[in-house]
Ligand binder design. Sequence first.
Ligand code: NAD
Ligand code: TDX
Length: 360
Amino acid sequence: MTDRPARPHLLVTGGAGFIGSAFVREILARRDGSRITVLDKLTYAGNEANLAPVRADPEQAARLTFVRGDIADTGTVEPLVAAADAIVNFAAESHVDRSILDPEAFLRTGVVGVHVLLDALRRETDRVAAGDRAAAPRLVQVSTDEVYGSIDEGRAGESDALAPRSPYAAAKAAGDLLARAYHVTYGSDVVITRGSNTYGPYQHPEKLIPLFVTNAIDDLPLPLYGDGLQRREWLAVNDHALAVEHVLWHGAAGEMYNIPGSAELPNREVVRRLLARLGKPWSLVRSVEDRPGHDRRYAMDGAKLAALGWRPRVPFEAGLAATVDWFVANEAWWRAVRTGAWEGYYERMYDTRLAASREA
Ligand code: NAD
Ligand code: TDX
């Protein structure tokens, strides 16, 4: 637990991305006086349009400050951490396929960036010891189920060994280990969340659900990796954001909390359901060459977070329907994202695969 100031000032890194922006929109829409500073590098995945609902509302906009910058840049990070009551780190390179094509940015943000944030936090802890500040801020490190590796049977618990299998997952695991080490060594107030596969509005179309929904709207082929029987647990983005906030105020320092999804499904079933919602045929689906080292299944035990009083609110059926409908209603948002550098990425990822694809 950490004391929640009446009107907290949060530093949200990666707040222009998919989950970070949902967190920002959710908190500011409550109009409880909370203030948020977003620090975001605006990589290809960061998008200020994700914060448009906040900007369109003068009362909310007045409580948001946006800083474009890198969490690996000490000069940018230190004053922002010094001014915050708490920090929530969503910033990361987040796409497994891109980490296979080009891992370096994953390490820079996931390892060096997390280290810079933790060092700034350590300075604030030292200031408290020196009597320069009343309470040190807490940092929530937002992590992922992928750090446990592929789980053939059962469910991963927070004390299980880490066994990441992609450069993305390895960088995230390194961030978790650093955060934990700063807590043990310097007494920094750090908590870690490990969320499962998240879906919802404003998700970048490189990920399974938005890629397949937007391709299907345009009657383009849907590239299903391998046999499509890989299993994921699906978590609605607002549930993920609220779970992170719950851990921020109620979690115990130095602890890790799994955030499982509300449904475990094979990819084929997710695709069948999204096509049904769109009224599009299965014949769009093509079986393509698999992702190298593709994790077969993720599954986590959520008892520790449930004991802290958190429950997911959105059943997958309702969440998926709302997400599909959002993409149908917000073509301008995703068509703008699927331009420019997107085209080169798509070609590199899918052209050869689709040319050799089979019926799924
Ligand atoms: P995203 O790719 O949509 O957003 C990441 C954001 O971080 C972007 O706005 C990007 O511009 C910013 N960013 C990247 N590098 C940065 C840097 N060096 N400095 C500052 N900003 C930087 O990702 P997401 O899906 O919203 O994921 C957010 C976090 O949640 C990540 O840490 C990810 O590992 C974790 N996570 C995601 C999922 C999921 O299914 N999407 C599941 C579990 C955990
Ligand atoms: O074109 C595709 N075809 C396909 O079959 C894509 C993009 C994905 N897939 C499969 C791979 C996975 O089994 O769909 C599943 C989901 O893939 P992604 O959306 O890329 O997510 P995943 O690799 O499972 O990782 C996600 O969940 C954990 C997020 O991207 C991570 O940021 C998070 O940590």
